[in-house]
Design a protein around this ligand. Sequence first.
Ligand SMILES: [Zn+2]
Length: 416
Amino acid sequence: MMQFYDQVKERMIRYAKINTQSRRNSDVWPTSSCQMDLARVLTDEMLKMGVPQVYLDEENVIAYGLLPSNLPKGQGKAIGFITHLDTAEDASGKDVKPWILKNYDGSDILLNKEKNIVMKTSDFPGLLHYIGQDLILTDGTTLLGGDDKAGISSVMTMMEYYLQHPRVPHGVISIAFTPDEEAGGFARGLDFERFGAPIAYTLDGDHLGYYMDQTFYASGAILEIKGLSVHTATAKGVMRNAVDIASEFLQMLPPLEKPQYTSGTEGFYHVMNCTSSCEYARVELIIRDFDAEKFEARNELVRSCGERLKEKYGAENINLDLRLQYRNLNEVIRQVPYMIDYLKQAIRESGLTPETEPFRGGTDGSSLSFRGLPCPNLSAGYENAHGRFEYVPIQSMAKNVEILIRLCEIYGNAGE
Ligand SMILES: [Zn+2]
């Protein structure tokens, strides 16, 4: 049996059963109180393990654990890990019934006999990467929450290893469990001083052995248009139809630079919502790019569209509010190149090939990095996240524990 197998399996199954769904359209932070249930479980577990510094921030729903350096004079570079408590809203996260399929043979998987829910390899060919492994699955009616409880399971098991092997040398190791990643919370309540490590890795994402040091630059814009409605009989030269003006704006955007036509490092404009009547229209869009200059050019294009409409229809009738949402993580990570060098080394020394691809989104790490805590991401190893066909190979979680321990060792050996 692979080292750490039993520990990550037991944890993943136990955590999966705790509902921690966050709410995307919420005005309050944290967005759901149920996330506290898992934060409490993790806090208790860390105390029982004997983690020397444990703190539960009940207001922000963040559980912290810190293991001081056991090297002479507290040597070694400090390292941190951050994983998120919440699960996505895209499928139910209540009454999750995780089960294990051992030694997967590559065939379609019957998730739910009663409801005849089958996960087909034709729909999810990624399954074939895991032949011979043991998968934790759902009953096809809920998500699993391996995003990000697979990450939590690996981090907790890594911490447990150090407490059970106090003579294995390490520097400061800090861990934190944060809420609302899926709701765009960006780990806003994380107290850097309490966290106690100057850098961290988030453990999230699919595909074992993948890391992420590039995210989008992101902004969002809201265009509001004031129209003027009059009876159609007497409209000539008087009516200002906000529907038409909104449509005119949409036509100004490059037709092929949309999410459905782009991939890789290509950026886009995405109109998320458009409501309009003759009197009033509102267009919501987001702008994304990996390249700083191209991103700025995109923002400029949207601004200039707004200006053109103002000239044509009067500045008082057009309002464009464009705001930066987050920046490409890489801007910060490239200032601390050792973070990725060490990570790749740890992945390689664990017998995997480190792979990366630019992430077409943002992470808690994007925001944390710009707030002063450089924070790239290592995959947590779950698959098909945010849906009923989510699963986690137990071997992937166990392998991640190995990677984390290798990484801690490298940080421990590195001078301050
Ligand atoms: Zn996640």
